[in-house]
Ligand binder design. Structure first.
Ligand code: SAH
Length: 274
């Protein structure tokens, strides 16, 4: 499928992904149009193929990013208050109200997908890009800072990059001062870090994306999913040495459903190099 969706500009690449039905949802298309892959892929940014970004990492192919975002979309968009409906065909998430979304992008690498996800979660949402290599965490930050939109996401804390082992998931440190909106009097001289102020810092993740192939469906990641929540993860199959995308859904009652979807090729989710 790699040759079919390549373009000569970001807009052409996205249009081709759309024409080939790799992107089917207008909100996903508009998020992809907002993020220029040239800021993230050092070579052939508009080819529908993975590209090396150094340190044995690759930026995944655009059609894989598209698949992942399409799959996770119901868990990315701001949740509407009961009784409110999204206008049909609405092409922007700005202005939608609801419970803040929390999204974890494990193996954030170039930072491209972290940026796309952050465009979708709306003003109140948070996306954490997690890398086990410090240089790649910094690469993600540098790439995102190339555009005014990306700098805004970093400055507001809607997108954050962290260093850690993705197999263990991630918990953001709690703000130190009285948390706004948790009952007590309006925080006087609130000392909550500005980047977390007004954000929902409760634990767990509405959506977890894993950008490297795991040897198993790590239970800790499933545990960190909210109810409801969804994880999109490539996993090595011990029987045939192939990798497959799995989705793990946790429903409102905490019931977990795992589904094997299709074969893929990702770099492995490993120990950090010494
Ligand atoms: N989503 C990224 C994919 C980068 S490749 C992109 O499209 O740019 C996979 C990434 O997973 C690499 O950057 C690698 O450093 C990272 N990785 C591998 N094992 C990891 C682990 N245990 N914890 C966190 N990141 C890991």
């Amino acid at each position: 499928m790699a040759w079919r969706s390549s373009g000569t500009s970001n807009a052409e690449l996205v249009e081709n992904l759309w024409r080939n039905k790799l992107i089917t949802q207008p909100l996903v298309k508009s998020a992809f149009l907002k993020v220029d892959r040239a800021h993230y892929a050092p070579s052939a940014p508009y080819d529908d193929s993975p590209q090396p970004i150094g340190l044995r990492a690759t930026i995944s192919a655009p059609h894989m990013h598209a698949n992942a975002v399409e799959s996770l979309l119901p868990f990315l968009l701001p949740k509407l208050q009961p009784g409110r409906q999204t206008a049909p065909g609405v092409a922007s998430v700005e202005g939608l109200q609801g419970r803040p979304r929390r999204v974890l992008d494990i193996g954030s690498g170039s930072g491209y997908l972290t940026h796309v996800l952050a465009e979708l979660v709306g003003e109140t949402g948070v996306v954490v890009g997690l890398e086990h290599i410090k240089e790649l965490k910094e690469l993600g930050e540098r790439n995102m800072a190339k555009s005014p939109e990306g700098r805004y996401l970093l400055d507001t804390g809607r997108a954050r990059f962290r260093v850690g082992d993705g197999r263990k998931g991630w918990a953001e440190p709690k703000p130190t001062a009285a948390q706004p909106g948790v009952g007590g009097p309006a925080a006087t001289g609130a000392q909550a870090e500005t980047e977390t102020e007004g954000k929902d810092e409760e634990g767990g993740w509405d959506a977890i994306h894993v950008g490297a192939a795991a040897v198993e469906l790590h239970e800790e990641l499933v545990r960190q999913l909210r109810s409801p929540g969804r994880m999109f993860i490539p996993v090595e199959d011990a029987d045939d040495w192939e990798q497959y995308i799995w989705t793990v859904d946790k429903d409102e009652d905490g019931v977990v459903k795992k589904q094997r979807l299709y074969g893929v090729r990702y770099v492995p989710l490993t120990d950090a190099p010494k």
